[in-house]
Design a protein around this ligand. Structure first.
Ligand code: SAH
Length: 395
């Protein structure tokens, strides 16, 4: 038996844990020992004393994130084994190749490490904690990452300043835990990207769009492409390789435009097919001429970060999609996405449907997209699925 303090649940509140859902909500707790502190490992038992799991305790609506269903100590070796299992899956998925060293190694609950995200860029791992417990485990995780057999990780950059609960007052500092800056050029499907893990959004790159970018490449030949919300220009670089006639990348952030230009130059130096613009999406979509683009990508930031914002988010999705439907050239292809966890696949489809109906154009669904397999979703934790996309043919 483990030596951790025990949290007891109210009667009947063990149901979801018995079905492997990894969260205990604060309202389910009957007894919380006084000396338990935020970030501690705890044992969780049902009201009848039956053991349910070991997890990290935190203050908030999610009170415990379960890591282990056996009553054992979570030693450094335990963390190392979880990482080995995560690496074994990525090997199986074929995302670790000479022409691809950009992938997600740990996707939180989907890799049975709730609160922990690890993205790999060549020999650098970017580690992100979403829970106080994972913050305290960061040095154990960093050591296990560089010791991971065959992974070739030399540097671990910790980037949790914006992902940890503010109220926990952990004051995390974004910095290298092991190693330091070497090269930030990483390869995805044979294309090169400068990854700004020091200042960039998320871990520096949207690894989750890899498969969707690869699909876009096949629709790009001779197309006039608009990559809206381009950030690092991921979709633009693939469109260029796919043989697009013209590629325009748009982002409201001037820094994103600089990143996009740099990534285009890295792969297609001197190629004049591409131009990036720092512009607001709504303004650009409203002002662009009809029929200027055959292929449009809409990959906005999460319009709804919380459930309270769903209504406004739905309006936002409808508006940008309506503009694209109105303006896209006949026979055009629209790649449209939502990365809001609070918006369901059905809600997103409804917003896009409404926008299509408003435009009066004939629209067909060609592909229904999601996150790639290195962002796995536990079937017991459907909340882990967040990326939704549709590829639409617009007549
Ligand atoms: N498609 C990108 C990720 C997009 S992230 C990829 O594959 O990597 C969302 C981007 O939208 C951010 O770069 C952000 O700067 C930009 N953005 C946010 N609001 C915007 C707006 N109103 N107009 C244009 N861009 C916006």
């Amino acid at each position: 038996m483990s030596t951790y303090q025990t949290i007891t649940l109210k009667r009947g509140k063990e149901e979801s844990l018995l079905r492997f859902h990894p969260w205990v909500f604060s309202g389910a707790i009957a007894n919380l020992p006084q000396s338990v502190e935020e970030g501690d490992l705890v044992r969780v038992t049902a009201s009848d004393g039956r053991f349910l799991g070991v997890g990290h305790y935190e203050v908030g609506s999610i009170a415990v994130r379960i890591l282990e269903s056996e009553d054992i100590e979570l030693t450094p070796g335990w963390f190392a084994t979880r990482l080995e299992q995560a690496l074994a899956l990525r090997r199986k998925l074929g995302v670790i190749r000479p022409d691809n060293n950009t992938y997600r190694l740990v996707h939180g609950e989907g890799d049975f490490l709730p609160g922990c995200v690890v993205d790999i860029y060549g020999n650098t791992a970017v580690l992100q904690a979403h829970s106080p417990g994972m913050h305290y485990a960061r040095h154990i995780l960093a050591k296990a990452l560089v010791d991971l057999p065959g992974a070739g990780i030399a540097n671990v950059y910790y980037k949790s300043e914006t992902t940890l609960p503010y109220k926990a007052r952990l004051d995390p500092v974004n910095d290298y835990l092991i190693g330091g800056f070497e090269t930030n050029v990483s390869m995805e499907n044979g294309l090169l990207f400068n990854i700004d893990w020091l200042k960039g959004q998320k871990t520096g790159f949207f690894v989750d769009q890899r498969d969707n970018r690869a699909l876009l490449e096949h629709y790009s030949r001779d197309a006039r492409v608009l990559n809206m919300f381009c950030y690092t220009g991921g979709f633009s670089v693939y469109a260029m390789r796919g043989g697009a006639r013209v590629v325009h990348s748009v982002d409201s952030s001037a820094k994103a435009v600089t990143l996009t230009d740099a990534n285009i130059a890295l792969n297609f130096p001197g190629d004049t097919r591409h131009t990036a613009y720092a512009e607001d999406a709504f303004k650009y979509l409203a002002e662009m001429p009809d029929g200027a683009y055959d292929l449009i990508i809409l990959d906005p930031p999460a319009f709804a970060k919380h459930r309270s914002a769903i209504k406004n988010a739905m309006v936002g999705y409808r508006r940008i999609n309506a503009a694209a439907f109105r303006k896209i050239a006949p026979g055009g292809i629209l790649f449209t996405f939502s990365c809001s966890q609070a918006i369901s696949r059905e809600q997103f489809r409804l917003a896009v449907f409404t926008a299509a109906a408003q435009s009066g154009r004939r629209v067909r669904i060609l592909h229904q997209l999601t996150q790639p397999a290195d962002h796995p979703v536990s079937i017991y934790h459907p909340e882990g699925e967040y990326l939704k996309g549709l590829v639409l043919a617009v007549e």
